[in-house]
Design a protein around this ligand. Sequence first.
Ligand code: AGP
Length: 588
Amino acid sequence: MCGIFGYIGKREDAATIVFEGIKTLEYRGYDSWGVGCVPLTKSDTLILKKRVGKIGNEDVKDLPKSTLAFGHTRWATHGGVTEKNTHPHLDCTGTIAIIHNGIIENYDTLKKQVSGTHTFVSETDSEVATHMIEVASSAHPFIEAVRSTFLQFEGSNAIIAISQKEHMMVAARNGSPLVVGFGDHEQFIASDASGLLPYTKRIYFLEDNEMAVLTDDAIIILDAVTGKEKHITPTILTWSVTAANKNGFSTFMEKEIHEQPIVLEQCLHRSDIQSIAEAIKNARGAYLIGCGTAYYACLAGTYLFSTIAQRHINACVASEFTYQEEFINNASLVLALSQSGETMDLIDAVKRAKKHDASIASIVNVQGSTLWRLSNLPIPCMAGPEIGVASTKDMTTKIAILLMTAYDIAGHTKEGKQVMKQVLASVKNIFEKDSLNTIHAVANHFKTSTNLFVVGRGTSYPAALETALKIKEISYIHAEGLAAGELKHGAIALIEKGTPCIVFLPHDETYSANLAAAMEMKARGGYIIGISPQQQEAFDAFIEVKDAGTGTIIPNIIVGQLLAYDVTIAKNLDPDKPRNLAKSVTVK
Ligand code: AGP
């Protein structure tokens, strides 16, 4: 959702640093943006630049030299997409400015307390914060003014305020993510760690109800409730700077898809599989939860655990987990899957499970994130930064981890590694030139379609759901993923001449029944795209995926990602920034 980036320190191009910072957060989704800075030259007020729409070719060369600045990409909630509603928001004196993520649920009540004497220029909930800080700072130091204001907010929020007079930036969070970066005589703050990589790897994720005070030379962390200083240990990011670049690819999504052979290979050398296996074995009732693509990884996990380890694990969409929580107790294990570790529905579900004393294990890509910190057993996904809105390498890595865990539980760790080697061979084959060309041609074939179906059984069912999600979220083609057996219970009514129907047909126990589904769709005029180790008469188009035993879901999903990517490019759309979507969904 909204993105935040702030800088204070020795450099005089703070506005440009911040502008470049918010550009790295563009993938989170936004509809307007703004930068505010304290000018080095004498000025009575902070200087702001705000624009509606995407950053595109804009710059901030017109902003003055500065050593203190912050910027924001806004995703409109309260108030339309206008310049007035864009952050930063100034107080009446023009010397205090704020940017805000989240929703101040009681803003109406708070606004009534200050509106008589203060002029509001926007329709946002956020603006009330700047006037409240203005009132409080007439009697208290700036830090205290921000703290007392923040403590009156209801809802999930992250706020950063700048004081021109006291030359500092003060931040507080409850719910919405914030991470600070420690530099050499310069300090940073952002809503996401990847934007900090070019400057520092020493970071700290603020906990709920923590504040950060950023000055030229230091960052002090405070408990927002007591106002007392807290001693924290920064985390050192292991990601490389280039990992957050496009590295010669035209989009982040393309790069991230192509990184999968390497990232998956690294899974073979993991030493933490046993700890997840032990946690599952020791639990009485285990639940896999996640949202969107991460949920489909959970669903894949249920098949893998049941067939490989003969263990039943429940999978549940995190936002629905609340309605099943009566079954959770101190012997339960909740295994939460997430790329960002900040998805609000998931964080909420985990917090509720903790109230029932459940143990929380997680597989999370962003180390140090909220989910990471809430977990008794956080396992790093280690897929490297994933910037494209569509989740790709994070998901396949998670499935690889679950696959190897299932083998470990079954006492067949070596066999698990053998299967992973088959997976790698099959995945490498997909990235051969001929295979990529075939996928490209198939995607081109359905670029004008408005409707398509993806079917599979067993682990090919979550692969079908995931492929459909990938296609719809970036190419805007309506795609429905379903269990092949469900076709005849309704969806087949929609198949007509030429409807693209993607069928996953691996050589496993689902083969005959899946083939029957392909024939049923073909009989209704469907254009059958078979993803399988071998050609079939029923196929109008064929993409070869070599079998990888129980791990075939991984190469199958990668073909689904490539189809979605290629059709999106063929339609001249930007896969990294699909409309209406954010990389990390930090609101409910
Ligand atoms: C995936 O392509 C989506 N953009 C989305 O479904 C995503 O997987 C979901 O929002 C969960 O995010 P998380 O993994 O960061 O928790």
